[in-house]
Design a protein around this ligand. Structure first.
Ligand code: COA
Length: 332
């Protein structure tokens, strides 16, 4: 019997309607379109405005989009994995609620948190369940309502992030398609450079933490940038080397959309022509767990069966890594 590999067989996505453009940000903080565009590549991001709606709203929409497009029966899903850094609540798994809402009544579900690498790590987790033979349909959703943890008076962070969600289905494949190799890394040195100070077990929420603005993202952008550039390029080069892939063999780079300059540096180290680098950061900004599935969704028609895809991500913690995957289907 041939070895079971874990292939992506369907993709879905959702972004909220409200567009927060650089021009609107110019009216909110001391910044300008030219600065944001040249430093990050971002032109606009989507924001979930409606009160009372959280990450689960985005995740459910993305999953429903996948279910509609693929025609799968949600009752056949074995596991729902929700990659997110912004769960609906600190306790009560958001993924469990999402699974129930989409009709995945026979699945078990849980959340997976590794900052901006959540979806990449989730790909590894989802694929492992499939490769083990234990489960046949694993739905991996990446969703974040970043606007819920951003201080819109802090120009160093509010220009970068946006809200969104994407979903993929992992299934067994006997043609050798799907996940081929992974190289995942982490280093606790990153804890000080990208974080939310309060609301966790070290510093629970109090009137003081709210007053001090300790419930929103702090980042030392320069330091994160430096680690992200070398981290993402290192792992992408390594995964190419150990799979004997040259730049000619790689069809597409799908890199976490945090900053266009970080993506360009990774592509350059891989020797890739820019035509092979999938980019949508100008439309959504950094949607944390949703960047990679949003890329697959937006460029689905261009991906062909057998194409070699390299995924790369970098996030808080620090967490980072690269995955080599063979695309499993053509879109009509
Ligand atoms: N508009 C205009 N000016 C801004 C600005 C904004 N939104 N934000 C910062 N500036 C200013 C700074 O105050 C600074 O001014 P000064 O030189 O007078 O002190 C100048 O621009 C340069 O700031 P700096 O922070 O050094 O800019 P940078 O080139 O490092 O770009 C980031 C800032 C945040 C875009 C960049 O560091 C970055 O992308 N870091 C990685 C972020 C990331 O990927 N995070 C998620 C990881 S998953």
């Amino acid at each position: 019997m041939s070895k079971i590999t874990a292939a992506i067989t369907a993709v879905g996505a959702y972004v909220p309607d409200f567009v927060l453009s650089n021009q609107v940000l110019e009216t909110m903080i001391d910044t300008n379109d030219e600065w944001i565009t040249t430093r990050t590549g971002i032109k606009e991001r989507r924001i979930l405005k409606e009160k009372g709606k959280g990450t689960s709203f985005l995740a459910i929409k993305a999953a429903q989009n996948l279910i509609e497009k693929s025609g799968i029966n949600p009752e056949d899903i074995d596991l729902v994995l929700l990659a997110t850094a912004t769960p609906d609540m600190p306790v009560a798994s958001t993924g469990v609620y999402v699974a129930s809402q989409i009709g995945a009544v026979n699945a078990f579900a849980y959340d997976l948190q590794a900052a901006c690498s959540s979806f990449l790590y989730g790909m590894s987790t989802a694929a492992s369940y499939i490769q083990s033979g234990r489960y046949k349909k694993v739905l991996l959703i990446g969703a974040d309502k970043m606007s819920s943890i951003i201080d819109y008076t802090d120009r160093a962070t509010c220009i970068i992030f946006g809200d969104g969600a994407g979903a993929v289905l992992f299934e067994p494949n006997e043609e050798g398609m799907g996940l081929q190799d992974e190289y995942l890394r982490s280093d606790g040195i990153g804890r000080e450079y990208l974080k939310i100070d309060a609301g966790g077990s070290i510093l629970p929420a109090s009137a003081e933490t709210v007053q001090n603005g300790q419930h929103t993202v702090f980042q030392d952008g320069k330091t994160v940038f430096k680690y992200a550039v070398s981290g993402m390029a290192d792992v992408s080069e390594k995964i190419m080397q150990r799979n004997d892939l040259t730049h000619n063999d790689v069809n597409w780079l799908l890199a976490h959309q945090a900053n266009k300059r970080i993506i360009d540096a990774t592509a350059e180290r891989m020797g890739l022509d820019e035509s092979k680098v999938l980019i949508n950061i100008h439309r959504y900004g950094n949607t944390t767990s949703a960047t990679l599935p949003l890329l697959m969704h937006d460029f689905e028609k261009q991906l062909k069966k057998g194409d070699n895809l390299i995924f790369a991500a970098f996030g808080g913690g620090f967490t980072w890594g690269s995955i080599y995957l063979k695309w499993a289907y053509d879109t009509k």
